[in-house]
Write a protein that binds this ligand. Sequence first.
Ligand SMILES: [Zn+2]
Ligand SMILES: [Zn+2]
Length: 355
Amino acid sequence: MPNRARVGTLLLALFCGVAGCDAITGRLIDQGVKQALRGNRADLLDDGKLNVVLCGTGSPLAAAGRASACTAVLAGGHFFLVDVGPASVHNLGLWRMPLERLAGVLLTHFHSDHIGDLGETVTQSWIAGRKAPLPVYGPPGVDRVVAGFQEAYALDRGYRVAHHDAANMPPEAGTLSARILALPSLDEAAVVFEQDGLRVTAFRVDHTPVSPAYGYRFDFGGRSVVVSGDTKPTENLVRQSKGASILVAEALAVHIVERVSKGISEGGNARLGRMSHDILEYHTSPAQAVEMARDAGVEALVLTHLVPAPQNRVVEWLFLRGTEGLWSGEVILARDGMLISLPPNSTEFTLGNVS
Ligand SMILES: [Zn+2]
Ligand SMILES: [Zn+2]
């Protein structure tokens, strides 16, 4: 037991002797409940700003403190999640994000590190009080993914309705509703959602052989945020990011992964060495992301889906090698819990923590 916990237990035992254990533990529980009922981050929905929360900045490779792909956007009373990778919903719960007001999930593609928490997303937001089926937007194939999660969680839905009754857990609110976005050509874009000043646009990126794969752009209050999804450098991402405030782009440090892949192969694991080399084909290096941000003329670049995820300043520096001198704009390495707020009709943004 760590020292602080040991001291705490000792003090509790001491106080129990004086005041009685039930009184002490009761008060501790009451305090915990009060804290849990304290307001959530619904303020981010209605503060007039375009707010972005990085809810998962890692990749399929496990990394301490980083969930897999997830970016939350909140503006004009609407709350969207772009991808829901494994562990991202735990993050949202820990940060008291207003899941009861979740308007939809926008999937960029169907790799497991982008969809793994879809079942938890619908379930946790249903428990939080969401009232209608949860729309899940995505490329053709989203209907299959949604049908699969729907079936996998069917028994769970039944238990909850039976246990808490349909008035408290409306059965239809526990379901997902697939919205297929068809964008036949590589340079097409389509408006997915437009309400209360918030416009969401889907566009094609290039993550071949994963095809089609999408990115999403959010416009609100004269500001805009583009989320790239997984892609190699593509002209359409630059085009769709023109004049945007922030580009949230995936980044894979090719110079590190190449070396790691070689080391794995030389260490005797040819299969893993080959697979780690394959991933170089369909991602974007930090330098390529910086070049796209520069060409699009965005105000700042946020790198996410970090492969490998830097765990200290030295690796952060190493991760960004090759970007020096390419662009004078700000390059930010994302971390879970980062909150970026963009006030309307301005070029300012604030960088903070959501909790
Ligand atoms: Zn992918
Ligand atoms: Zn991915």
